[in-house]
Design a protein around this ligand. Sequence first.
Ligand SMILES: C[S@@+](CC[C@H](N)C(=O)[O-])C[C@H]1O[C@@H](n2cnc3c(N)ncnc32)[C@H](O)[C@@H]1O
Length: 248
Amino acid sequence: MHPPGLLKEMRTQPMDTPHWFLDEVAHAGREHLDPTYVPTYDDRAGTDPAEDLAVLRAQGLNETHTLVDLGSGTGTFALAAAPFCRRVVAVDVSPVMLERLREKVARRGVENIECVQAGFLTYAHQGAPADVVYSRHALHHLPDFWKALALTRIAAILKEGGIFFLRDLVFSCDSRDTPQAVGAWLAKAPTDPASGWTRAELATHLREEYSTFSWLLEPMIERAGFAIRATQHSDSQTHSAYTCIKTS
Ligand SMILES: C[S@@+](CC[C@H](N)C(=O)[O-])C[C@H]1O[C@@H](n2cnc3c(N)ncnc32)[C@H](O)[C@@H]1O
């Protein structure tokens, strides 16, 4: 349970947010707001940022660039990317996740990462347009209607020709084949919570979060003003990654 005052503070929306907007904190995932869970996040997630960083470096990411990481969490990717960028903006709706990142930034003496508490739907980019927007395992917190609006906002903060890299839990199977794909995915989940997300946690993800199908997400990405340059679908048909270029 969160102290009531803390949740109220977390829920504060910028003044100009329309009253009908989704409450992004309420959809952020309880665990990401939990000060007892967040310190365990990095070990459990075991994220290796090397592959995504290599993709972005191959696409031209360099020391003159501004990179925005949306749903940065504890900042594993932001910290890995910082030496190759001029400016990194790590954006997350959870103050608890961001506090963890701030501690790492201070401990390592990193000077080019800014931490901003905001969501996909509320982040107001300042300064030169972003060269790169990166987002990993975060967009699924929004239902599809809101994903479409978030993708449009991402296009708006990027420069023309800028790169958007998205990695998320996205199902690339046909809806008819979903029970088999999900069954195989859950069957492979570890039983020890220390080694990753358990079967029960993955089932909670399916029930309470908003992973979508690749064949719904891809037209949304294109309609927001991107050309998809490269697509990866995992063999399990449960995860996808997209390298996109802003075209309009
Ligand atoms: C599974 S974690 C992924 C964190 C990090 N990107 C990684 O790969 O380790 C999901 C993150 O998305 C954040 N999040 C959830 N909804 C969000 C939203 N609407 N806007 C921005 N961040 C959000 C959560 O607070 C959490 O830090």
